[in-house]
Design a protein around this ligand. Structure first.
Ligand code: ADP
Ligand code: MG
Length: 354
């Protein structure tokens, strides 16, 4: 990973005001690492904070190797190469969740979009605009309902449809945040935050008892927030077209592909942030709300404001939203009405959706 590439990747959500060391109080255990093509920051207060941060760092590196389809030894690469493979129970559950979220979102989220993502060069950084004939051919194979999942004793067998490959880039960080929550809980961390390049999880409240302040980046100004969310025990996951892109012939092409067209999604939204509660005291073996938020932030960015709000109103899944629209509005769903702070001078008009 070149430094140039790191520089180009902006962080869409950040946890603000970390640390109380300036006040002479508790200093947290912290780590900053680069994995899954992004900068990640871990912070944990309390006596076992150091252990929690170190364990989480190792878990992130393990998952990066497990889920990266550009890493030839990963389970996902093996599956993509063979079309059918026995996988670990972890990968099995994650693919199962991805397929479920694909159906739930009318395939706005679809992990079989992989060959299309590759055709645009987002896996190699050799960016190009594919021609329509290429896209049409590739799109014929985009349909995660063609994936067959056969559960076994420990894990199971996954069979992809003909000419299909999968890309878990749209949920890998979300799943990683689920695992991080489980590790923080097992270590007894009462106060901490995990920021995985746009996937934020906050555990408990800040050590002084106040809520965590999570900034949702202004998609049009990398050094400003569109809104600040005050949260505890929650996930806040942002997808936006400004996170990874290339420019060609005066046009901008970003990395979130609309599986209906094969082109970067152009739904009128600049970013989508999905907020949901922590998983709590589960055994941490199944994908949880971190994974859900990640899948839905990608999907709802593709769907656009109207469909995204309809999906939220359907109540099939419990989450809240912050939508930043191309026409200068920040739409916040009612569950967050008392938890957000407008950004002074941002120029956005703020609305609550019911
Ligand atoms: P980021 O990875 O920047 O946080 P997302 O969570 O929105 O953003 O995931 C985008 C990644 O997911 C892309 O880089 C690509 O690997 C994959 N992807 C792109 N479009 C889709 C889609 N419609 N459904 C599922 N995965 C997608
Ligand atoms: Mg996502």
């Amino acid at each position: 990973m070149s430094w140039m590439k790191q520089m180009r990747i902006l962080l869409p959500a950040l946890v603000l005001a970390l640390g109380l060391s300036a006040c002479g109080e508790e200093t947290p255990a912290q780590a900053e690492i680069f994995a899954m093509d992004t900068v990640m920051t871990l912070t944990a207060y309390g006596k076992d904070g150091e252990q929690a941060v170190n364990d989480t760092r190792q878990e992130i590196q393990r998952l990066d190797r497990l889920l990266d389809r550009t890493e030839s030894s990963s389970e996902i690469s093996q599956l993509n190469e063979r079309g059918s493979a026995a996988v670990s129970s972890e990968v099995f559950s994650l693919i199962q969740s991805a397929v479920t979220y694909g159906s739930a979102t009318g395939h706005a989220f679809d992990i079989t979009v992989a060959p299309v993502v590759s055709a645009w060069g987002f896996t190699t950084d050799h960016y190009q605009v594919p021609d329509q004939a290429t896209l049409s051919t590739l799109l014929r194979h985009v349909d995660s309902d063609q994936i067959t999942l056969l559960a076994g004793e420990d894990g199971g067998t996954v069979a992809l449809g003909q000419d299909q490959t999968i890309d878990l880039g749209g949920i890998a960080k979300g799943y990683t945040s689920d695992r991080a929550e489980a590790i923080f809980r097992a270590a007894g961390v009462e106060s901490g935050s995990i920021s995985l390049g746009g996937n934020v999880y906050v555990q408990g409240s800040k050590p002084d008892g106040s809520l965590w302040r999570v900034a949702v980046q202004d998609p049009q100004n990398s050094s400003a927030a569109a809104v600040v969310l005050e949260l505890s025990d929650a996930y806040a996951v942002t997808s936006g077209g400004y996170q990874r892109y290339f420019d060609q012939d005066g046009k901008r092409y970003h990395h979130i592909i609309d599986p209906a067209t094969g082109f970067p999604a152009d739904s009128g939204l600049l970013s989508v942030t999905v907020v949901a509660p922590a998983n709590g005291d589960t055994d941490g073996t199944q994908p949880g709300n971190g994974t859900m938020c990640d899948a839905f932030s990608t999907a709802l960015f593709v769907m656009g404001e109207e469909k995204a709000l309809d999906f939220w109103r359907s109540g099939d899944y419990a989450f809240d939203l912050v939508l930043v629209t191309g026409d200068g509005r920040v739409v916040v769903t009612e569950g967050l009405a008392d938890s957000f702070e407008q950004s002074e001078g941002s120029g956005y008009a703020y609305e609550i959706a019911h």
